[in-house]
Design a protein around this ligand. Structure first.
Ligand code: NIG
Ligand code: FE
Length: 407
């Protein structure tokens, strides 16, 4: 057993509600705290000196100076398995060009598909590992990673195998998702319904066989897949045993309704959600995931995070880190900015980055610091937890632990 501390403050984020608004006075703050861990799990969180007296045989891992301890962050939506970049798209976008003009000039998702297809699996592993390392240093200990820049059976498998290889060599926990239904690939030569059927028949069984991913995602949008094709696709994927998640309501509303009806674990984006979509999400088990990095990258409004919480939704925040709409990839910075615009309490933002994000990935072993949860933790060099969001992402953790081991 190991006792780590003393921490100026520990925020275990335990005992908070899964859905709806959270006031800051609901946050439990342990001062002069310690964490007792064993075999990668939290055994007890409490006063450091008391834990030391109660467990004299535990080895002590001393922490120096002021440090505030939180559970590791969980980024429940990324596309960080890609090659190349889309700086050209970004320059065109900030100069005022439309999505269609950018796509017509050779940009958009298809450009990243071409660049990613041109990379070897080993090159993808390297690129992914670099991004994972950056996230780990920022205290993000669990990272969802989507395919979706392959868009053929072999190329999607290449991406998913790269994610698995990176996961095997990484200290972070990577959660793979198949996003073969990102857009209709230009070289498929048939309608969307046929492409989705092709994926269901020829890709998903291989993913199952190799155990490459347990989750399936689809982009529901005018420029991608429509509601009726998506409904069929998701229901078959679900019958095959995959968890379902959806890129929903990004530019036009409607996708989240499909997600809710399909029993999706999450509906992500939601920038265009109206009261109708919000009501649907609130009445469901589907986690609403805001992606402020995509709003910042595209220069569009944020998801209605405040209204979702007030209505009673479970709100998570993720980075959407990808080469097109969200190239920045700084989860804490993006969450801090979303909080400032949407008026989220500190408790709501921390919940959205931890145990509520775990829920979006259907993981119930992490996101809080309490008996039995994974000892994935991060310590910020400050006296008061409020300094973390106050610095809007510039204050980075001094220490990060994964399963109780310091990185
Ligand atoms: O989540 N919306 C669809 N997919 C990504 C963008 C991917 C890209 O532009 O390469 C997103 O924003
Ligand atoms: Fe995305």
């Amino acid at each position: 057993m190991k006792l780590t501390g003393p921490f100026t403050q520990i925020l275990p984020l335990a005992g908070l509600p899964l859905k709806g608004a959270i006031a800051d006075d609901q946050l439990q703050i342990i001062t002069s705290g310690g964490v007792l861990t064993e075999n990668g799990l939290v055994v007890e969180v409490g006063n450091f000196e008391k834990l030391r007296k109660d467990h004299p045989k535990a080895t002590t891992e001393e922490v120096e100076g002021d440090q505030v301890l939180l559970p590791g962050f969980i980024d429940c939506h990324t596309h960080i398995c890609f090659a190349g970049n889309r700086a050209k798209d970004y320059a065109m976008r900030i100069a005022g060009k439309s999505y269609l003009e950018i796509a017509r000039s050779g940009g958009g998702i298809w450009d990243s598909v071409t660049q990613t297809r041109g990379a070897t699996q080993e090159q993808l592993v390297d690129l992914l590992a670099q991004r994972v390392d950056r996230h780990l240093k920022d205290g993000v200990t669990t990272i969802e990673v989507k395919s979706g820049y392959g868009l053929s059976v072999e190329q999607e498998l290449k991406q998913l195998r790269a994610i698995r290889a990176a996961a095997e060599n990484s200290q972070a926990d990577l959660v793979a998702t198949c996003l073969a239904a990102h857009i209709l690939p230009k070289d498929f030569g048939g309608p969307a319904s046929e492409y989705l059927e092709h994926i269901l028949n020829n890709l998903l069984p291989k993913i199952k066989k190799e155990n490459l991913a347990g989750r399936v995602d689809i982009f529901i949008e005018d420029s991608a897949f429509n509601a009726s094709n998506s409904t069929c696709y998701l229901s078959v994927a679900k019958q095959m045993g995959f968890d379902i998640t959806v890129h929903a309501d990004q530019f036009t509303p409607g996708g989240s309704e499909v997600a809710v009806k399909a029993g999706a674990v999450s509906a992500d984006h939601l920038e265009a959600s109206t009261e109708k979509e919000i009501k649907g999400l609130v009445a469901s088990v589907t986690v609403a995931v805001a992606l402020p990095g995509a709003s910042l990258g595209l220069g569009i409004g944020f998801a209605p995070a405040r209204r979702l919480l007030d209505a009673g939704a479970c709100l998570a925040i993720a980075s959407d880190w990808n080469p097109g709409s969200a190239p920045m990839g700084d989860l804490l910075m993006q969450a801090s900015i979303l909080g400032a615009y949407e008026k989220l309490t500190t408790a709501e933002t921390f919940a959205a980055l931890t145990y509520r994000a775990a829920k979006a990935l259907n993981l119930n072993d992490r996101g809080t610091l309490q008996k039995g949860s994974l000892a994935d933790m991060q310590a910020y060099p400050c006296k008061d937890h409020r300094q973390i969001l106050y610095q809007q992402g510039k204050l980075k953790p001094a220490r990060v632990w994964r399963k109780g081991e310091i990185l």
